[in-house]
Each structure stands twice: as structure tokens, then as C-alpha cells.
Design a protein around this ligand. Structure first.
Ligand SMILES: Nc1ncnc2c1ncn2[C@@H]1O[C@H](COP(=O)(O)OP(=O)(O)O)[C@@H](O)[C@H]1O
Ligand SMILES: [Mg+2]
Length: 330
């Protein structure tokens, strides 16, 4: 049976080095939940704490109502898929998938049923008698996925499972993973540093930086309503401008440094008058107009569906270090 996962004030230290200072999270039963962040931010560390391969230095992790801090990994009923496929080279596809069931001493008839079903779900039934060396990377990862879910784990954990695959296969496999997860409905925690992959597969995403969660939300929510400039620039590209917020009887406006003003009907935060703000603008939101903010085109790249322009604005209009891109549809 699949479960919800709850982390309350979780702390992880490696000796004196605190990787996760204070982290809380609620993952729903059956949810596809992704931990997304740059390399070294603590994603694997947190996943290993959920799995039981890492000690927990503070706080609590629960599966449903049960605190699992002191339950050993092998008793947590977890399925795991790693970046390296970690399947046995001397066993056939079917034998690899059977492995976890054999450990659980399940009878032969039931085992055959379960393995047949999973081989079909992950679409590797045609290769069931092959050895892994005769499979492509994508097929091997399907075997690893089948082996993880055939035991009907309470939780499925995946750590950068697509990193070793080439770009085309990654896109194909992420749809496959998403489909399989929906079909089996197991609570899944998925780790990636690839923002596009996270947007494509997740029900919800937690964006992490230096062991701290920056925002939790649906892909749409995170892309359109980033909580801070880190999220705005890490998930897709954002151009960051300096601005001032003004609130009048007519509503709220953001004013750029050159005096150009835009009415903002969708501000939901506490909108203080005259507050200095950072205005984050997605590349695809620019258009050419007679009034607005001036820019010089530095370069132009034809990318098929659109043309990407690199723009140069007045130095004092932009937030330092912000790279400026604009995408105009043809
Ligand atoms: N076993 C360990 N001992 C000491 N430091 C570690 C250990 N594992 C990871 N770290 C450190 O913890 C931080 C987070 O690592 P990790 O969880 O692997 O990040 P991510 O998976 O997001 O790339 C990094 O600074 C890493 O060097
Ligand atoms: Mg990692």
C-alpha cells in the first residue's frame, strides 16, 4: 500500500557540516513529487534519509502516521531506481525483475503473474529472456524500474534515473516513467537537477538550494509564480529588472527605472506603496513596441519555432548579473 510522506524539521549533518539545517515537507499519497535543485544542494542526501541509508540528526520523517527514523532501510518497503542501472548483469530481464520477489519468498504462480504484469507495464516483455548487456540504456532503466515496482513498495524513490541517457531517450523515458507511475499509483520521490525534466513529470516540485526548500508547488505554479529570484532564474530563464511598486486608486503599478509603468492586476502579495521590487520577466513575454524599455539587440539566434534575441539594456535598469534574453515568436 502506498503512503504519504511527511518530513518535520529534518536536520542532516555530515560530522560538523550541516547539509540540511531544517526541512519540512508533506508529500501526498500517490503523488509524483520531485526534489529539484543544483548539484550539491542536498537532494540525494534527503532521498537517502527517506530510504534509510542516511542517519537523521534532527526532526522526524513519517510514512503515513508511522515515524520511520529508526526503522532500517530493508523494513521500509521501498523501491529505488538510481542513475546507474544497478541491475544484475548475469541475470536475464525476467530474473532481474523476479529478484525482489524471491527474497520475499512469494510462491511461483503469484510471482509469474506479478512479473508478467510489470513487464507489460514498463513495456519490456519482448526482452524478458535477454541479458542486460543486450539492452540499450533506456531498456536497462526500464528493467530497473520494473524491479523496483514489482514488489509493490509503499514508496518509490528515484535519483537522477535518466542522467546516463542521451537527450532523445531522456525525453522518451520521462514520459514512460510518468505513465508507469500514474498506472501503479505509488507515492514517488524523484530527484533531478534538470528543471525541464521536473516540469514534465511532476505533480509537485520542491525547489531546493543549499539544503533549504525555496518553494513547493505544481510545475505551472512554480513557473508562473516563482517565490524568489533563485526560483525565477533556476526554473526557465527570467530577466531581472529593478523597479518600484506604486499603489493608487487605479490599482498597482510597477515602474521601471526609465519611468515606464505597467499596471499589475494580479499582485497578490502585500503591496506596499513605493516599495523597491525586482521585476522578473520571461523571455517569451517581451514584444516590440513604441513605448516601453529600450534595448539594443546584441545577437539573434534562429531556433525554428522562435527567434532568440540577446538584449542589452541600460546598466542601471537591470539587476546585476542578470543575463538578458528575449524570445519573439515569428
Ligand atoms: N557521505 C558524505 N559525507 C560528507 N559530505 C557529504 C556526503 N554526502 C554528501 N555530502 C555533501 O553534502 C552536500 C549535498 O550532497 P548531495 O545530497 O549529494 O547533493 P545533490 O544530490 O543535490 O547533488 C554536498 O556538499 C556533498 O559534498
Ligand atoms: Mg545527487
Amino acid at each position: 500500500m502506498s503512503v504519504s510522506i511527511s518530513a518535520q524539521k529534518v536536520v542532516k549533518k555530515y560530522a560538523e557540516f550541516t547539509v540540511i539545517p531544517d526541512l519540512s515537507l508533506e508529500i501526498k499519497n500517490g503523488e509524483f513529487f520531485t526534489l529539484l535543485g543544483p548539484s550539491g544542494c542536498g537532494k540525494t542526501t534527503l532521498l537517502r534519509m527517506i530510504a534509510g541509508f542516511n542517519t537523521i540528526e534532527g526532526g522526524e520523517i513519517k510514512f503515513g502516521d508511522q515515524v520511520i527514523n529508526d526503522i532500517p532501510a530493508y523494513k521500509r518497503n521501498i523501491g529505488m531506481v538510481f542513475q546507474s542501472y544497478a541491475i544484475f548483469p548475469h541475470l536475464t530481464v525476467r530474473q532481474n525483475v523476479e529478484y525482489g520477489l524471491k527474497l520475499r519468498k512469494i510462491n511461483k504462480v503469484e510471482m509469474k503473474e506479478k512479473v508478467d504484469e510489470i513487464l507489460k507495464v514498463v513495456k519490456i516483455e519482448d526482452y524478458q529472456d535477454r541479458l542486460p548487456e543486450r539492452l540499450s540504456g533506456g531498456q536497462q532503466q526500464r528493467v530497473a524500474l520494473a524491479r523496483a515496482i514489482v514488489i509493490h513498495p509503499s514508496v518509490l524513490l528515484m535519483d537522477e534515473p535518466l542522467s546516463n541517457l542521451d537527450a532523445k531517450l531522456r525525453v522518451e523515458m520521462r514520459s514512460a516513467i510518468r505513465e508507469v507511475q500514474k498506472e501503479v499509483g505509488i507515492t514517488t520521490v524523484y530527484v533531478t537537477h534538470d528543471q525541464e525534466e521536473a516540469l514534465a513529470v511532476s505533480d509537485r516540485i520542491a525547489v531546493m538550494k543549499e539544503g533549504v526548500i525555496q518553494q513547493v508547488g505544481t510545475p505551472h505554479n512554480i513557473y508562473t509564480r516563482p517565490a524568489n529570484t533563485f526560483v525565477a532564474t533556476f526554473i526557465g530563464h527570467s530577466n531581472l529588472f529593478k523597479g518600484v511598486l506604486t499603489t493608487t486608486k487605479e490599482g498597482s503599478f510597477v515602474k521601471f527605472k526609465n519611468g515606464y509603468e505597467i499596471k499589475m492586476d494580479t499582485l497578490v502579495e502585500d503591496t506596499r506603496d513605493k516599495a523597491n521590487v525586482i521585476i522578473a520577466i520571461r523571455p517569451e513575454e517581451f514584444s516590440i513596441a513604441d513605448e516601453g524599455i529600450k534595448a539594443k539587440v546584441k545577437s539573434k539566434t534562429f531556433l525554428g519555432k522562435y527567434i532568440e534575441y540577446e538584449l542589452e539594456f541600460d546598466e542601471d535598469m537591470i539587476v546585476e548579473g542578470s543575463h538578458l534574453l528575449s524570445i519573439l515568436k515569428m
